[in-house]
Design a protein around this ligand. Structure first.
Ligand code: A3P
Length: 319
């Protein structure tokens, strides 16, 4: 959907003709406020900036694609759901819908075609998501006390995850040339929602400047110390686990419900699709740290190490 350029308004056509543009192997990309977008996503970003009205309790899940977005959405839904006194015969929302259906993207779902979408079905706290960098997201959120949670992942694993996802999405054989072109795009910075480093650094800096409103999480820490990280998330969202909950095993129940094995075996995630026609099953693969070792060449690995070191220098961010 985000590759189509034929249904843009005149205003957007004028805007995009003034923006730096280039092509990647999927289509034309435009640089808006420092970030690369396909034309329809750019329209969604603009609609969002123009029309979105924040509420004080809003929560936004942010990420660069393939960094653990689905997992973080599921955990957030589960943390909030436990506060409701639903009877046990009401199915859990995660049983009825995929995390992406429950927590839609602002720019690629809700605001894709309109600056005034109907948001009345969202009850407080409203849960949204985005892949935009923080400064672009913050245009309408300026001075709002909403909570933003970013999940960051080792860029090499992001690259490999993206490779598998793209091939599945394009229904192509897993082929090395797609990995190589994804690698080149990623390194050059000209990549959908990139440069990767700028996306990460915007939230990293935001979390240092305003830790009450921006939480920076790492996929690797969520894997290595899941209970500590889910408690950290709960505290940040203002719904910490009570002692009784901890004693009653509530943390582990949430982790189990949101595990890759549990989510991927749910009927909705085996059979459903997103509105953009992506099979939900494609969002669940291995979920491991370091899978890139099995796929990247030593040259790719070294080049990424050098870029990461250079880009994160002085920021305090270690990866
Ligand atoms: P891999 O391709 O490395 O397995 P996103 O949700 O941002 O699209 O990221 C997808 C990545 O997160 C995939 O990584 C996927 O397997 C992993 N993932 C999805 N659900 C997960 C879960 N519940 N726990 C851990 N990892 C998960």
């Amino acid at each position: 959907d985000h590759l189509r350029e034929d249904n843009l308004s005149e205003e957007t056509k004028t805007l995009i003709s003034s923006l730096p543009s280039t092509k990647d192997f999927l289509g034309k990309l435009y640089n808006y406020q420092g970030c690369w977008y396909y034309p329809n996503t750019l329209l969604g970003v603009r609609n969002f900036q123009k029309g979105f009205k924040p509420q004080e309790t809003d929560i936004v899940i942010a990420s660069f694609p393939k960094s653990g977005t689905t997992w973080l959405k599921a955990l957030t839904v589960a943390l909030l759901e436990r506060l409701k006194n639903n009877s046990s015969n009401v199915p859990h929302p995660l049983q009825s819908d995929n995390p992406h259906g429950l927590v839609p993207f602002l720019e690629t779902n809700l605001y894709l075609n309109s600056s005034t979408p109907d948001l009345t079905k969202f009850s407080s706290p409203r849960l949204f998501s985005t892949h935009m960098p923080l400064h672009t997201l913050q245009v309408p959120f300026k001075d709002s006390p909403c909570k933003i949670v970013y999940v960051c992942r080792d860029v090499k694993d992001v690259l490999v995850s993206q490779w598998f996802f793209r091939c599945a999405y394009l229904q192509k054989e897993l082929n090395k040339s797609v990995l190589e072109s994804s690698f080149e795009s990623l390194c050059s910075g000209v990549v959908y929602f990139g440069p990767f480093w700028e996306n990460v650094l915007s939230y990293w800096k935001g979390s240092l400047e305003d830790p009450e409103h921006v939480l920076f999480m790492r996929y690797e820490e969520m894997k290595s110390e899941p209970a500590a990280q889910v408690k950290r998330l709960a505290e940040f969202l203002g719904c910490p686990f009570t002692e009784e909950e901890e004693e009653g095993g509530s943390v582990d129940k949430i982790l189990e419900l949101c595990s890759l094995r549990s989510l991927s075996s749910m009927e909705i995630n085996k059979t459903g699709k997103t509105s953009n026609n992506v099979h939900y099953s494609n969002f669940f693969r291995k979920g491991e740290v370091g899978d890139s070792k099995n796929h990247l060449t030593p040259e790719m690995d070294n080049k990424i190490d050098m870029i990461v070191e250079e880009k994160y220098k002085g920021s305090g961010l270690k990866y």
